[in-house]
Ligand binder design. Structure first.
Ligand SMILES: [Cu+2]
Length: 386
């Protein structure tokens, strides 16, 4: 009854159960779930899968016994070809209904209209691809299971041996190749228009730095310029490694919310300090990896203020979000910030209330007290001249 194969598969099942238990305890550190809850969750689903396997095996055995009894009585046994054929049709109906359900229920969770200028191009591409693949999906699934049912095994007919047909080969190679080429070229040109901006500078430059597990935002001060950063300058009080030999960095501002003035071209400069993160602004159709040692950037123009979007969606507490889109470690889920698109006036008011990165403590640490004062004297002079 029990051979080495069965013992091995039982061993594999226990290993799987053990691994899930260890994984469950590892992730149980998440504050929202207690270890007990996670343990019940994983154990429950593993047992459910085992139970389904047992039920299927039992039904199979019962049918086998029934089939053998019929044969012993000299009757024709179960026509398995018909059973399999009908299962194929049931699978087609259940599968298509599942696809429809998923489109209507999960489809409702789709992002609202794009809140950036280039976003409509990305959306157009997304919907073109979705519609084409959906049409192909429905046709091929219907043909696959429909044919499996229509041409199921039968004593009345014999399978026709049909080894090769060049025309069919050509059709099903060339048509997908053309469609894919169009989609890829279309995507290439769209991406080029989105990212290939002649003037690389935006009206507003903002630095976004990702590290485990937080985003740091840096806005330029009154001079409108961000100072140079270099990871080698990193200290516990200079977490971005800002280079204070560069005077542009003296008035750089620290912010907790990514506030963007509407209808202004924004250039986000993207840095990472440890592993690869990704700056993802889904409502603006913006995503760019944050790679350590390789600064990247993305330029876009927000077009709908947070206030306006709340009205349009009829959700009074709607917020745009900045998310990390690379699984960068245990606290990845926590890497998010609120993004707020506001009017120019609101932006000016907000920026005037942000604190500089160059704190008194840091000035002391860098022996910059003098330089800071000289700078402010210089600024006053300019202000007077104006
Ligand atoms: Cu991350």
């Amino acid at each position: 009854m029990i051979n080495s194969k069965k013992i091995l598969s039982l061993f594999a099942a226990f290993m799987l159960l053990g691994t899930s238990a260890v994984m469950a305890q590892g992730t149980a550190a998440a504050p929202t779930e207690t270890p007990e809850q996670m343990w019940t969750g994983v154990g429950y689903y593993v047992l459910l899968v085992l139970l389904i396997c047992v039920v299927v095996a039992v039904i199979g055995k019962i049918l086998k016994v029934y089939d053998l009894t019929l044969q012993l009585q000299g009757k024709k046994g179960i026509n398995w070809n018909n059973v399999i054929g009908i299962i194929c049709i049931l699978f087609l109906i259940a599968g298509l209904y599942g696809a429809y359900w998923s489109l209507t229920v999960q489809g409702n969770m789709i992002l609202p209209e794009s809140a950036s200028e280039h976003g409509s191009k990305i959306d157009f591409m997304f919907w073109t691809t979705t519609v084409i693949t959906l049409i192909v999906f429905f046709i091929t699934q219907a043909l696959l299971f429909g044919f499996a049912f229509k041409y199921r095994g039968s004593d009345k007919r014999k399978g026709y041996y049909y080894p090769h047909n060049n025309t069919i080969e050509k059709i099903w190679t060339i048509i997908p190749a053309i469609v894919l080429t169009i989609l890829v070229v279309f995507g290439f040109f769209t991406w080029r228009t989105v990212t290939n901006t002649t003037e690389v500078k935006g009206d507003l430059n903002i630095d976004i730095t990702g590290h485990q597990f937080q985003f740091e935002l840096r806005y330029p001060g009154k001079d409108g310029k961000l100072g140079i950063v270099n990871y080698a300058n990193y200290t516990s009080s200079n977490i971005l490694g800002i280079d204070y030999k560069d005077r542009n960095s003296f008035d750089d501002l620290k912010a907790d919310t990514l506030v963007l003035p509407v209808n202004t071209s924004i250039r986000i400069n993207i840095h990472a300090q440890d592993v690869i993160h990704s700056v993802y602004l889904p409502h603006f159709r913006v995503q760019m990896n944050a790679v350590p040692g390789l600064p990247t950037f993305f330029k876009f123009t927000p077009t709908i203020t947070t206030e306006d979007m709340r009205h349009r969606l009829d959700k009074p507490d709607f917020e745009y979000l900045l998310l990390c889109n690379k699984i960068c470690g245990g606290g990845h889920y926590n890497m998010q910030k609120v993004v707020r698109v506001v009017t120019q006036a609101e932006y000016q008011d907000w920026i005037s209330r942000q604190k500089p990165y160059l704190t008194d403590k840091l000035k002391e640490e860098l022996h910059l007290a003098d330089a800071g004062q000289k700078k402010s004297v210089g600024q006053n002079r300019i202000a007077l001249n104006n």
